[in-house]
Ligand binder design. Structure first.
Ligand code: SF4
Length: 250
């Protein structure tokens, strides 16, 4: 029986965060997540219909039915990018890796017909799932989720560490992103940086200010503290806000 997954929307747009900011991608936004961040702004409710936006500068969309099968997803991607010239396909969410059975079916089929890069946006906690599909993943955008931003306050350092190790063992181009607001603790932030330290020459760290609409929820002083902390540990930090918000894109 074909595998399927619940997807909220599929659209072509510009990557608005971190290392690949400005590149054109097709985004596949999966529904559902295995953790709960208190700043999460993504819809986690399963819905029967998903929207396929035809152009990144238009609100026009076509409706598809959930759950989506892998061949339907391939068709949708082909429809949005028949010339096969977007930079990559962003699997985002929610947490894409909770749909591992679907991805195990979709990715080999997809790679048979296109060599477009697969860009995985993940909370960096599901190493076993990543292991199953690592050969098909070209780029990982991995979040570090500080316990103080999680509803259950779980410390994810161990999970993040084994996830990043899995990325490195599979030679996946990986960067780490950390979302911060004014309330972050420098001590906690510093602890989470230990996850990246063993790979400091290969993995860049992106500090992303938390936003409320177009308002930044962190002061420049606090950003500087975080930035300096990364540099003190020999890491390669950058500060980049969410650019797609400024461009009023999806
Ligand atoms: S990991 Fe992402 S999708 Fe999941 S709760 Fe956090 S912000 Fe939301």
């Amino acid at each position: 029986m074909p595998q399927s997954a619940y997807v909220k929307e599929i659209f072509k747009s510009i990557q608005g965060e971190a290392e690949y900011v400005g590149y054109e991608q097709i985004f596949v936004r999966f529904i559902g997540c295995n953790i709960k961040c208190n700043y999460c702004d993504t819809d986690i409710e399963k819905c029967e219909e998903l929207k396929l936006y035809k152009n990144w500068d238009s609100k026009e969309y076509k409706v598809l039915k959930n759950p989506l099968e892998s061949l339907e997803l391939i068709e949708a991607i082909e429809e949005l990018d028949p010339e096969k010239n977007v930079h990559s396909i962003s699997l985002t969410g929610g947490e894409p890796l909770i749909n591992i059975k679907f991805l195990e079916e979709f990715l080999p089929e997809f790679k048979k017909i296109r060599n477009t890069k697969i860009f995985l946006e993940t909370n960096g906690t599901l190493q076993k799932e990543l292991h199953c599909i690592a050969e098909y993943v070209d780029i990982v955008s991995m979040d570090l989720k500080l316990a103080s931003y999680l509803e259950n306050r779980e410390n994810l350092i161990q999970k993040h560490s084994i996830f990043l190790k899995e990325c490195m063992e599979n030679n996946i181009a990986t960067y780490v992103k950390i979302v911060l607001d004014n309330n972050f603790s420098l001590e906690e932030f510093n602890n989470y940086l230990k996850v990246v330290e063993p790979y400091k020459h290969k993995v860049n760290v992106y500090i992303q200010p938390m936003m409320d609409g177009d308002k930044m929820l962190i002061s420049s002083e606090k950003l500087k503290l975080a930035f300096d902390q990364c540099k003190n540990r020999g890491l390669n930090p950058r500060i980049i806000p969410q650019v797609h918000r400024m461009l009023c894109l999806n």
